[in-house]
Design a protein around this ligand. Structure first.
Ligand SMILES: *[C@@H]1O[C@H](CO)[C@@H](O)[C@H](O)[C@H]1NC(C)=O
Length: 119
């Protein structure tokens, strides 16, 4: 049972399971809003702070087997401490090469506008 699963798993070509994604976050906000990524490998990005409208921050996501786990972006109204619940969250399984843009909004604390362009 397990051996069959692993045989299938390792048969997937490397090129499909690697990723190199440039994620940008653009704020649409008139209040402080914080955002933090939880990557597919379960590590967290630094906390990004957006003070005003139209700020842009870029995060480079690379690795292999990126689509085994979702990459999540959480938004917070106050600086996130461990265990804090985000007020907005967006997650996606990412893979391949390209760009992702997130719009971080403070008003309803929503994250939206996920777009992905393959190059
Ligand atoms: C996890 O993935 C992120 C994004 O690609 C990377 O910056 C980080 O170094 C990785 N951490 C580990 C432990 O591999």
């Amino acid at each position: 049972m397990y051996s069959k699963f692993f045989a299938l798993f390792f048969a997937i070509p490397f090129s499909i399971t690697a990723c190199d994604i440039t994620a940008t976050m653009t704020s649409q906000t008139y209040h402080l809003v914080y955002a933090q990524f939880t990557f597919h490998n379960e590590t967290r990005s630094p906390v990004y702070q957006f003070n005003q409208d139209g700020e842009m921050k870029t995060v480079h996501i690379t690795g292999t087997f990126c689509n085994m786990k979702p990459t999540r972006l959480d938004a917070y109204k106050t600086y996130p401490k461990l265990g804090d619940k985000p007020c907005g969250s967006s997650q996606a399984f990412i893979e391949g090469f390209g760009y992702v843009n997130y719009v971080v909004r403070s008003k309803l604390c929503t994250l939206c506008g996920l777009k992905k362009f393959r190059v």
